[in-house]
Design a protein around this ligand. Structure first.
Ligand SMILES: C[S@@+](CC[C@H](N)C(=O)[O-])C[C@H]1O[C@@H](n2cnc3c(N)ncnc32)[C@H](O)[C@@H]1O
Length: 230
């Protein structure tokens, strides 16, 4: 029998959780995310407005901004405890002029932020009790030709498999992180479930497994609204 999804709390609002997350080493998956972006969008011209949904400490967005100095970036997360460590890095890297971190929960009114040429999101989807919220938000803030990359965990076939993944990749991490990781694996969606979400949202995007624990969604988007205003 397939493992049923067990949702976890949406926001990581606890200060200890935020600190443990910021101090953990996510360089492997974060670099994989940035590599995937470069691989899926080799024609990216390195400019435009970039949005990271559920950015947390914004490690990925900060690296993206440093690699692409002609972008202007917005990171959105509903938990100030997760954003706080990122704000310190912004000052240190002198990125405050073109990278803004906003404490806001999805769903939000997309018009508040305008349209984006690039939309990124790593490990947000599995937190959402209603996953359609992510895809509706994406559709709301898409500029013509927007490049989108979403990466997340996928749900393993059993609790035993989930425990093995935690042991393999976080065996040496503090208990709080190991528990979060285990709960996240149980809350994650399978590739077939994400494909159904995309079909429901009318989004023509690719969705594939990209590692033994991650899936990715990517593609180019056109807004449902009429950009010429006619
Ligand atoms: C696992 S963390 C990922 C953080 C970051 N993207 C990364 O890759 O390190 C998930 C983040 O999504 C945020 N989040 C969850 N539900 C949210 C919602 N409805 N609106 C905004 N942020 C949300 C959490 O607060 C948390 O910071």
């Amino acid at each position: 029998m397939m493992l049923a999804r067990i949702p976890e709390p949406e926001l990581m609002a606890d200060a200890a959780q935020g600190l443990a997350y910021a101090e953990a080493d996510f360089s492997g998956p974060n670099h994989q995310f940035l590599r995937l972006f470069a691989e899926k969008f080799p024609d990216f011209d390195g400019q435009g407005r970039v949005l990271d949904l559920g950015c947390g400490p914004a490690d990925i967005l900060i690296h993206f901004a440093l690699c692409h100095p002609r972008t202007s970036c917005v990171g959105i997360d509903g938990a100030e405890a997760m954003l706080a460590p990122g704000r310190e890095v912004l000052a240190h890297e002198r990125l405050e002029q073109r990278l803004e971190l906003c404490c806001r929960c999805l769903p939000f009114d997309g018009r508040a932020f305008g349209r984006f040429d690039v939309i990124l999101s790593n490990s947000l989807l599995h937190h959402l009790h209603d996953p359609h919220v992510l895809w509706r938000t994406v559709a709301d803030v898409t500029a013509p030709g927007c490049r989108l990359l979403v990466m997340d965990l996928f749900r393993p076939s059993s609790r035993r498999a989930a425990r093995q993944i935690v042991q393999t990749y976080a065996g040496g991490e503090p208990d709080i992180l190991q528990n979060d990781f285990y709960n996240s694996l149980l809350a994650a969606f399978r590739v077939d479930e994400v494909r159904s979400q995309l079909a429901h949202a009318g989004l023509s995007l690719h969705c594939r497994q990209v590692s033994d624990r991650h899936l990715a969604v990517w593609g180019r988007l056109e807004p449902a609204w009429n950009p010429s205003g006619c």
